[in-house]
Design a protein around this ligand. Structure first.
Ligand SMILES: Nc1nc2c(ncn2[C@@H]2O[C@H](COP(=O)(O)OP(=O)(O)OP(=O)(O)O)[C@@H](O)[C@H]2O)c(=O)[nH]1
Length: 299
C-alpha cells in the first residue's frame, strides 16, 4: 500500500474563474462566499478533505489580478504569500471565456512558483466539446503545466479525477488536521462573510466591491442570566458613500431588517445556537484606497 499523503493546495485565477465553486465542490461544504460578481473572495479560506490515503487542505485565494487600487496590491501580496507556502497550485481558466491578457499575466506570475501548477479548465458544462478542445490547446500554449484537466464543479465532471491528481503531488506525511474538521477559518470571519453575503444579495450591481463587514463584539450572556443563552453580536457594515448606505438600509429600514434576518439565520445554523444580531451601517470613504481604513477592516 502506498504511503499517506498530506499537504496544501491553492487555487488562483482571474475573478469569476470559478475558484470558490470548485473549492466547494471539492470540500463539500459552503465555506467561501459565492457570487456572480468578481472579487467577492478576499480571504484565504481553507477547507479540509480527509480520505483513507490522504488529507488535502484547500486554501482559497482571492482573484489574482493586476493591481489597480491599494486593495488590489494587498490582495496580490496575500496571493503570493499563500502560493509560496502550498504544495500544489490549481490555475483556474473558465472554458466559456477566451484565454486573455489577465490569464497571461497570472501565468507569468506562476512561472516563478516553486510548487507544481495544475491548469484547470473550469465550467466545461457551459460550452460545446469543440470549444473545450480549443481551450485546452490555448491553455497548453500559455505555460508549463504539471497537468491540464477540464472540470465542471456544478455538473460534478472530473472533480474526483482532479482530487486524485492533486493528491499525487502532495508529499508523504500524516494528516495535518484532526478528521472531520472542515475549516479552520476563524468563526468571526465566517460570521462577517455571512453578513456581507446577505447585504450584497440583490444589490450586487449597485455596490459590487464597496462593502466590508467588521464584527465589533460578540457578547456571551451573563452567567446569572444563562437561561437566555443568546449570543449578542454587534457588527458594522462599511460602505463608501452615503448613497450606498441608503441602498443597504432601504425604505424605512426594511432592507436592513431583511439582511439582519437572513444573516442571523445563517449564523445560528453555523453556531448551533440563538443569536441576537445588531447591525450598523457606516460610511468609510474610499476605504479601498486608504491604508489606515484597510488595516481597520482587517486587510
Ligand atoms: N455552469 C457553470 N458555472 C460555474 C461553474 N463553476 C462556477 N460557475 C459560476 O461562475 C460564477 C463565478 O464562480 P465563483 O466560484 O464565484 O468564481 P471565483 O473565481 O471564486 O470568483 P472571485 O471570488 O470573483 O475570484 C458563479 O456564478 C458560478 O456559479 C461550473 O462548473 N459550471
Amino acid at each position: 500500500m502506498s504511503e499517506f499523503r498530506s499537504g496544501f493546495v491553492a487555487f488562483v485565477g482571474r475573478p469569476n474563474a470559478g475558484k470558490s465553486t470548485l473549492m466547494n465542490a471539492l470540500v463539500g461544504e459552503k465555506v467561501a462566499i459565492m457570487s456572480s460578481r468578481p472579487q467577492t473572495t478576499r480571504r484565504a479560506i481553507r477547507g479540509i478533505i480527509t480520505r483513507d490515503d490522504s488529507q488535502v487542505v484547500v486554501v482559497d485565494t482571492p482573484g489574482l489580478h493586476r493591481p489597480r487600487t491599494l486593495l488590489g496590491e494587498r490582495l496580490n501580496d496575500l496571493v503570493r504569500e499563500t502560493l509560496a507556502e502550498v504544495d500544489v497550485i490549481g490555475f483556474c481558466l473558465p472554458a466559456d471565456e477566451k484565454v486573455g491578457p489577465g490569464d497571461q499575466w497570472i501565468a507569468r506570475e506562476l512561472s516563478a512558483a516553486r510548487a507544481p501548477v495544475i491548469a484547470i479548465v473550469t465550467k466545461v458544462d457551459k460550452v460545446a466539446r469543440e470549444r473545450v478542445a480549443q481551450h485546452l490547446m490555448d491553455v497548453q500554449q500559455l505555460g508549463e503545466w504539471a497537468e491540464i484537466v477540464p472540470v465542471s464543479s456544478i455538473k460534478d465532471i472530473q472533480i474526483d479525477t482532479l482530487l486524485d491528481l492533486i493528491v499525487g503531488y502532495l508529499p508523504e506525511g500524516p494528516a495535518l488536521y484532526p478528521d472531520g474538521e472542515l475549516t479552520d477559518e476563524p468563526e468571526e470571519m465566517r460570521i462577517a462573510e455571512l453578513i456581507r453575503e446577505a447585504a450584497l444579495e440583490g444589490v450586487r450591481d449597485e455596490l459590487p466591491h464597496s462593502l466590508a463587514v467588521v464584527i465589533e463584539e460578540m457578547v456571551e450572556p451573563d452567567s446569572e442570566d444563562a437561561h437566555r443563552e443568546v449570543l449578542e453580536i454587534r457588527a458594522h457594515v462599511f460602505v463608501e458613500r452615503d448613497s450606498q448606505k441608503g441602498i443597504i438600509i432601504g425604505k424605512g429600514g426594511s432592507r436592513l431588517k431583511e439582511v439582519g434576518a437572513t444573516s442571523r439565520a445563517g449564523i445560528e445554523r453555523l453556531l448551533g445556537r440563538k443569536v441576537f444580531l445588531d447591525l450598523h451601517v457606516k460610511v468609510a470613504k474610499d476605504w479601498q484606497r486608504d491604508p489606515k481604513q484597510l488595516g481597520r477592516l482587517g486587510f
